[in-house]
Design a protein around this ligand. Sequence first.
Ligand code: AMP
Length: 199
Amino acid sequence: MTRAATPTFSIAVYCGAREGANARHAQAARAVGDWIGRHGGQLVYGGGNSGLMGVVAQATHAAGGRVLGVIPQALVARELANHDCDELHVVPNMHQRKALMAEHAQAFCALPGGIGTLEELFEVWTWRQLGYHDKPVGLLNVDGYYNDLLNFLNRMVPSGFLSHAQRALMLDGDNVDTLMRRLVQAAGLPVIAFDANRI
Ligand code: AMP
């Protein structure tokens, strides 16, 4: 598959190092990778081949997108470092992984995952709230996986611990195309269809 010469956008995707029990989660990860590839984008991710991380990376590549992975040295074996990445950075620790991913991304999106996914999502959301960056943050709620979390976050507003404006800084939705478009556009970038960006 021919890749875009220069990616039209670059998005960090956080998701499970496991596939999870619901096949719809892997389907959604494939759809996200496919969307990135078809729109000439770059996936920035944790650099592994395990779980949904591997699914999204393979789908991005298969659809012609660019893949940039960042993996801590200690996780190279455990998370099956993906040597098919167009760019694979093996870094000394988790802090450097997250910093490099954030540096290379113009937007962030979390898919279903475990506590690593949540940690990464909450970090970029809190950093946005603090003004450390101005990149859009999103959460793809596949098959209701995050319903309870979203209900809780929404309840934090009337509870007085989260402002409406802060809550609104994290976009959420259950449709891949709609959420990806919102994130790319919120980053101030155009959404360019597949053929327009082929070389
Ligand atoms: P999980 O969502 O727990 O399956 O993990 C998804 C990814 O998050 C994996 O690549 C983990 O290495 C990564 N991860 C785990 N713990 C952390 C952490 N404290 N900060 C950032 N990423 C983490």
